[in-house]
Design a protein around this ligand. Structure first.
Ligand SMILES: [Zn+2]
Ligand SMILES: [Zn+2]
Length: 173
């Protein structure tokens, strides 16, 4: 995932990064998700643009997460456009830099651009906070603990706090 700027010709270079399960585990240990069967790939192009280097592409693929409501596997589809600007780090020259510009630029040193951490950040930003197996997932019943997608229950219609199932559900959670 490291590219030497001297290898970036006038036409740029193709960048392809496969997001593997091992990489996801190593780079994003707090994320409880894995790539789906088709995997996730970043593909794009790194090109020289004046003094800077532009990476343009997209993160595409699928992730399997746990549904926030019913805890069953939820498959998420990602198609995230990515545009990143890299610039060689320089000793501050003293004169005022354009602040707005500087914020969006990722600096690199020793003539090597490492796109790995940036792609990881883009992926993390793209992940939903509460993934759902489907938009209208009915979730687990807080009273009886049933997955209401599979077995509708009538707890919601009954007065709250009844019976042995309520106790069971509490123990399970
Ligand atoms: Zn669900
Ligand atoms: Zn219920």
């Amino acid at each position: 995932m490291r590219y030497k700027i001297k290898d970036i010709g006038d036409d740029g270079v193709d960048v392809r990064v496969a997001v593997t399960e091992a990489w996801l585990r190593a780079e994003c240990p707090e994320v409880d998700m894995r790539p789906s069967e088709g995997g996730i790939t970043f593909s794009g192009r790194l090109e020289r643009a004046g003094d800077e280097y532009l990476l343009r592409g997209a993160l595409r693929g699928g992730l399997v997460a746990q549904c926030a409501r019913c805890l069953e596997p939820a498959t998420l589809t990602l198609d995230v456009p990515v545009t990143l600007t890299f610039a060689e780090w320089r000793e501050p020259s003293g004169k005022e830099e354009d602040e707005d510009d500087a914020e969006d630029v990722i600096t690199f040193q020793d003539g090597v651009i490492d796109v790995g951490p940036e792609i990881r950040d883009e992926l993390l930003l793209a992940l939903p906070m509460g993934p759902l197996c489907r938009e209208d997932c009915a979730g687990i019943c807080p009273t009886c603990g049933t997955n209401r997608n599979l077995t509708p229950c009538d707890c919601a219609q009954r007065p709250a706090g009844g019976g042995k199932f309520a106790a069971l559900a509490k123990v399970k959670l």
